[in-house]
Every structure is written in C-alpha cells, then in structure tokens.
Design a protein around this ligand. Structure first.
Ligand SMILES: [Zn+2]
Length: 270
C-alpha cells in the first residue's frame, strides 16, 4: 500500500515537474521565436537599456554590452536607401517617426517588436544580437537591414513574401553579406524541399520547423529570398509590392505575372 502511494506521489510530482517546465517554456518564449530561456524579455530590455546616441531618425540603445555608435549612421543610411528602392517611406502615422534599435546580450535571434506577430502591435523597434550589430558597422552582415526592412514593410499577408523581401532589400545594400540564419551568406545555398515550396507566396503561417530546426530555417529563408528576387527581377518592384500588399496574394499571381504560383516558383529555382 505504502509502495503504491509512494509510486503515485512520485508519478504526480513528475507530472507536476513536466507541467511546470512546459508552462515556463511557453511563457519565457517571446513572440513566435522560442529564442530565449530565462533571459530578459523584450519588455525588460526596453526598460533597462541605456541610450547610446540619437541620429536624425534612429535612437540606439545598449543592454548588457557596449555598442559602436556608428550603427546609427549605418541604420539611417539603410533606411533611406531601402525607402528609395521601395518607392515609399516609413509609415510614421502608425509607427511614429523615430526608429529604436536595441542591441542586447540577452537577444539570441535578431527580430522586430513582437517578432512574426509585429502587425498585431506595430512599433518601430528592432532587437539585434551583438555579433550582427558589430558586423553591421563593418558591412559584413545585412541582418540589421533585414530587420529595418520589416519596419518599412510592416503590413504583410504572406510570411514568405515578408521574409524574402526583407532579405532582398538588405542584400541590395550589402551584396554577398551574411543575413539572418545564413551568416555565411547565400554563396552556397541550401537545397529547397517541396515541403518549403508549398509555403512560398501563401498566407499559411510559418511551420514550427522554422523556429525549431536551424537547417529548415535556413532553407525556408533562402527559398523565400530566391522567390522574391525572381519576382522583382521579372516585373519590377512596383508590381511586386501590389502582390505584397494584397490580402490574398495567391489570387494575384496570375493577373500580375501571367503565370501561376507554381510556375513562378519553378522558374525562380532555375
Ligand atoms: Zn525577418
């Protein structure tokens, strides 16, 4: 009897332990990233960070590390150049006129405020990991441009078009540079599976593997970039932005490009 009680107590405490671990993992993972375990939240970083310097449009903050203030110049130049490429300006009516960049020792994946859920609470806030901030000043990593591009194109329907466009704009500024999950750049690109192609240009939310599996993440971002670059080179940025702005981009491929989504994906892969 006592053994049974002892067993059930152990089983119960094991279940409790599992439940606590699961709950902690869920609540400590910010946005759609699952990037941190027990480190400072984005809200904490915003509260605790120190202002390094302010430029005409960008405020630069540091948190737990020292940041080179030259990043402000690089960021402002990137914003202006990407606005020129897009043919539109930062949506100041929604986001405000100032862009805030936080470089934090607690950040493990660079992202914008609320990550993939940014449109639910749009703010002009970017979080960068220290390695990416250092490389931004040297021009060897374009991730800062990728995250700033998300601010300029914050309203999106298709996650793959969003990520592909951010890579495209960032790599226009720094051709051949590392970006996002590919710090070595796209010189030796990963192979793109049929499973990933199913997502391109659709409104499907990103699969869990994008956050859980680094190799899948690299391939998914590269596939998105290659597809967007092909679409922009085929018909120009203005046509692409019509697709990007559409509530249902899948229904716009034929009228805008005279080809189906699948035909365009096949052509982009050649
Ligand atoms: Zn992104």
């Amino acid at each position: 009897m006592r053994d049974v009680d002892a067993w059930s107590m152990r089983a119960r405490s094991r279940h409790l332990f599992v439940a606590v671990v699961v709950a902690f993992s869920c609540f400590s993972a910010p946005g759609a990233f699952g990037q941190r375990r027990g480190a400072a939240s984005d809200e904490q970083i915003v509260q605790e960070a120190q202002l390094v310097t302010s430029g005409a449009r960008v405020d630069l903050f540091q948190h737990g590390i020292a940041v080179d203030q030259a990043l402000v110049t690089a960021a402002e130049s990137a914003l202006a150049r990407m606005e020129g490429l897009l043919g539109w300006k930062l949506d100041e009516a929604t986001l405000g006129s100032r862009v805030r960049i936080y470089v934090s020792a607690s950040t493990t994946i660079s992202h914008v405020w609320r990550g993939y859920n940014h449109p639910s609470d749009p703010k002009a806030i970017v979080f960068l990991i220290p390695r990416v901030a250092d490389a931004a000043v040297r021009g060897t990593n374009a991730t800062y441009g990728h995250e700033l591009a998300h601010l300029l194109t914050w309203r999106y329907a298709s996650h793959t078009l969003r990520e592909g466009l951010a890579d495209y704009l960032a790599l226009q500024l720094h051709p051949g540079a590392g970006v996002g999950p590919s710090p070595q750049g796209y010189g030796s690109p990963p192979s793109v599976t049929l499973e990933i192609e199913e997502y391109l240009g659709t409104t499907m939310p990103p699969p869990a593997a994008v956050t859980a599996n680094p190799a899948f993440r690299r391939a998914y971002y590269f596939a998105s970039y290659r597809f967007v670059r092909y679409l922009i080179e085929r018909a120009g940025i203005a046509v692409f932005l019509k697709l990007y702005d559409a509530n249902d981009p899948e229904s716009e491929f034929q009228p805008l490009y005279g080809a189906s989504r699948k035909e365009l994906i096949a052509a982009a892969a050649k």
